[in-house]
Structures are given as C-alpha cells and as structure tokens.
Write a protein that binds this ligand. Structure first.
Ligand code: GLN
Length: 514
C-alpha cells in the first residue's frame, strides 16, 4: 500500500480535504445561523428584508462557483483557489465581526461593512467550494473511481460535522439572551468564531496539502492547470466545449432579455433576476450546441428536469436560516431537556442528523442494490421532494392555531429537521452524482454550473418565500405591539410623545433608518 493511502483504503488526502471542508462549513453555517438575527436586531432591518438579503447572499454563493471553477481551470489551479477562497472568507467574517462591533456607534458604517463582508464571502465561497469538491474526485485514479460514492459520503459527513459545530459554537457565543432580553452586541463573537474557524481550515490545508493531497505516485494534485492533460477522456472524445459565435451571442441576448423580464415583469430584485437569467441562458446555450448527439441531448434534458425540481427543494430547505429561525426566535418554546436553546441553534439538528444517518443511508442503498431493488435516482429525488413537503405540512398543522402569542413546541422543529435530513440524503448527494454520470465530459463543468445555478435559484426563491411570512420579531412589529406605527415615524408623518420615545428606548427600538 502506498504511503498516501490510509488503512481505510481511501487516500489520506481525503481526510485533509475532509478537515478543510469541515472548518469551512463551520464558518459558513455558523454565520448563516446568526446572520438574519444580526440584521434584524442590530442593524434594525425588517425581517422581510433580512430574508431577501439572506436568499440573495446564499444564491450568489452558488453563482460564483462558476467563476471560481473557470479561474481555477484556466489560471490558478484548485489548490491556490482553495487558499484564496479560504482567506477571503476569513476576511469577510472578520469584517462582519467589525460591523457587529461598531453598529452601536455608527450604524451606516456597520451597514457598509456588512455589505462588503457578504460580497467578499460570496467570492471567497466561489473560489473555495467547486475546487474542494473537484479535488475529492481527482484523488482517485480512473481504476478507483468506484470508491467515489463512499468518498463523497465521507466528505458529506465532513460538511455536516462542520455545519453542526458552527451551529453549536456561533449561537453559544453570538446569540445571547440575558433574562429574556437579547444582547444585541454579542453577535460579533459568533462572526469572530466563524472567521477563526476559516483561518484554521486554510492553515490546515496549506500545511498538509503537499504531503497528502497527492497522486498514489506522490505527484502534486490540483496544481496549476496543465494545457495538455487529457488523462480523463476516452480516446477520440472531443475534449472542449466550443460554442459557435452565434450561440454565444444568442446566450448573451437571452441573458439580458430574461434578466430584464425577471426584474421588470416578474418584479424580482436585481440579484435574483441575475441568478435566474444566468441559469436559464447557460442551460439554453449548452442544449443548443450542435455537436451534441441525440443521446447526449436526452441525458442533458434529464439533468435539466432534475435541476428544475431541485430549485423547489432548496427553496423549502433554506427556510432554516430565515423564516424557521424567526419562528424559533419569536414563537417557539425552545426548552430542550432543560436547556433553553438559542433560536439560531435550532438549525443544528440538520447537521447532527446528517452525520448520524449518512452512513446508514448509503448502506441502505448498497443493500437494495445487492437485491437489485435500488430505486433509480429520479425516484430517490421524488421521495426527497415528497418528504420535504411532508415536513412543512406537519409544521403548518402545528402553527395554524398559534396566533400572535402562542408557542410552538421545539419537538416539532426537531421533527421537521429530521424529515428534511432524510429528504436531503435522498436528493442532494444523488443529484450531484447524477450530473457526473449523465454529462458528456466536455460539458461536465458547465453542467455542474447549471446544477449549482438551480441551487442558487432555489436560494433566491427561499428568500422570496421567507419574506412573505408575517413578521413578528422585527422592530416594526415590536413597535406595533407598543401601539406605535414606526414606519409613519420614519416617514415623519407622525411625531412621538416623550413617553413613547422612552417606551421605544426601553425596548431597544431605534427610530432611525439603518
Ligand atoms: N449542505 C451541503 C453543503 O453545504 C449541500 C448544499 C447544496 O448542495 N446546496 O455543501
């Protein structure tokens, strides 16, 4: 056995990538847990706007991997992109830490810092995410590709172990209530923890990559791209997607037209329109390529059908960091075996359940395969969609009589995350490997791009859905409970009495626009 292969039969490099991704997901999901609460409570935004920003941010995180993948293929290589992306995300989180430290003195500066931080994280994620996933694939030479399913299951556990830790630590230090009153200055510690986690991940990768992230012969993997690397292609297979000039012009025109339509006709904001238009025009560009054979085109159509349904899955799933967190914050009895959970921590059950069930699920598929009864991928996907719908029916049934003052028992949210995790395990890893199996190689990265863009569209839709939930916890609603129409105050159409000003101050409600 070569030195780079561990006893498990998997290359040691897999564990380096596992660790790096774990810290990265700690940073990502840890900050995701507290982001909307920070926007609403410290930067004084409406819940509705926080949901829209959250959806746009997540959506862009899945748009930029196209760029990160392209830059890595052409110029920098996987390794450098992972390091660059990791550093950018650590810096972004640090800027959020500063934003959450200064908002009390200067809310405009804090808001600018928040926007810059989210922008940097979006690009950092774009460099990091596609490159680390593709390195997992490249650790295995052609004759060992059969180990890939297990490798990705292990990797997916790394992702969720990181999510679990992030959603544990960041809420503990950042989402703090004293005597029921939120400490709106504590969020900064959550962002700092996320920044430190990302830095640890980057350093781990930097230190270990040369020793372990290598081929069985000890050659460096994921270095600068070599122009003539054809090792992964079948003989005679066309290696590059070359689009005609007309097709490219058509795609650009479609992109602009669709973007304008989504913005002006459907009424979507700029970012959401950008995401939807990018996905559709890229999908159109690929399917109209004249080099495709009938079989290739049919396979791509299958990918598109799956990608379409995946949009609705993530739109439902990603309520975790917005509407479900707001419900956990405002209307949930979060007593969990005597521990009063911070609202942002309730999402932790997803990561926890994935870590617990990823292996049993893959054993279940193996078992069914051995009996020749494994469901085909689209059936697994349909089960995933059905389950996520079920999870919301259960919650809808339980909140229907809550009104404005009732409380939901935390067990219902835990059950929701349990069912959603089973749905995720039926749909998410399977979708990714389906794209890998069905894509003609010359279009494989671009089709992954389309797939990620369908995730991005799901996140944008998640933002829109989250924003229609009636808000209960933002300052506008809190003011309403005190009998004050805050919007009218901001619009200067009413003036407050001294008593009302005191009342607002007492409840930490500021009367300035962020
Ligand atoms: N939870 C997984 C991750 O963070 C999958 C997310 C997705 O594919 N949209 O990587």
């Amino acid at each position: 056995m070569s030195e780079s292969v561990a006893k498990s039969g998997h290359p040691k490099g897999l564990w380096v990538l596992f660790g790096t991704e774990m810290w990265e997901r700690f940073n990502f999901y840890g900050m995701r847990a507290i982001l909307t609460l920070f926007l609403v409570n410290s930067l004084m935004m409406k819940e509705e706007d926080a949901s829209l920003i959250y959806g746009g941010f997540l959506g862009l995180c899945y748009l930029t991997p196209m760029l990160g993948g392209f830059i890595s293929d052409r110029f920098f290589g996987n390794r450098n992109c992972i390091l660059l992306g990791g550093l950018m995300m650590a810096i972004g989180q640090f800027l959020l830490f500063i934003s959450a430290s200064v908002f009390g003195n200067n809310i405009s500066l804090a808001t600018i810092l928040m926007w810059s931080a989210l922008g940097i994280i979006v690009f950092g994620n774009g460099f990091f995410k596609p490159n680390i996933s593709s390195m997992v694939g490249s650790l295995y030479p052609k004759q060992e590709k059969s180990k890939l399913d297990t490798a990705f299951t292990i990797f997916y556990m790394g992702i969720n172990l990181g999510a679990f830790l992030g959603q544990l630590i960041c809420p503990i230090v950042g989402d703090v209530k004293v005597d029921g009153i939120r400490d709106i200055h504590a969020f900064k510690w959550g962002f700092l923890a996320a920044s430190v986690a990302m830095l640890i991940g980057t350093v781990v990768f930097y230190v270990l990559k040369d020793k372990y992230v290598v081929t069985p012969e000890g050659k460096e993997l994921g270095g600068l791209p070599s122009k003539n690397d054809t090792s992964d292609y079948e003989e005679g297979e066309s290696q590059k997607a070359v689009f005609s000039k007309n097709a490219l012009i058509g795609a650009v025109v479609a992109f602009i037209g669709l973007g304008l339509m989504f913005h002006y006709v459907v009424g979507q904001n700029f970012i959401y329109s950008l995401i939807y238009a990018s996905g559709l025009s890229l999908a159109g560009l690929i399917i109209s390529d004249t080099s495709l054979t009938k079989v290739e085109r049919d396979r791509i159509l299958v990918i598109y059908i799956v990608a379409f349904f995946v949009i609705f899955f993530w739109a439902a799933f990603e309520q975790a960091g917005s509407s479900l967190t707001f419900i956990a914050d405002n209307q949930t009895d979060r007593n969990f075996f005597g521990y009063n959970m911070p609202p942002s921590m309730v999402q932790i059950f997803n990561g926890l359940f994935v870590v617990a069930f990823a292996v049993p699920f893959s054993m279940l598929w193996d078992y069914l395969r051995s009996k020749d009864r494994e469901p085909i991928s689209p059936v697994k996907q349909a089960v995933g969609l059905g389950l996520i719908a079920l999870s919301y029916f259960i919650i809808a049934y339980n909140v229907k009589d809550l009104g404005n003052d009732g409380f939901l028992a935390i067990k219902w949210l835990i059950l929701l995350y349990l069912i959603q995790t089973c749905a995720e395990l039926c749909l998410s890893p399977i979708g990714l490997s389906l794209v890998g199996k069905l894509s003609p190689k010359r279009f494989s990265s671009l089709l992954y791009g389309v797939f990620f863009l369908s995730n991005a569209s799901g996140y944008a839709l998640a933002g829109t859905l989250g924003s229609i939930l009636p808000a209960t916890g933002d300052k506008f609603n809190k003011a309403k409970e005190l009998g004050i129409d805050l919007q009218a105050v901001l619009d200067k159409t009413v003036t407050l009495t001294a008593e009302q000003v005191a009342l607002l101050e007492q409840n930490q409600i500021s009367t300035s626009n962020p």
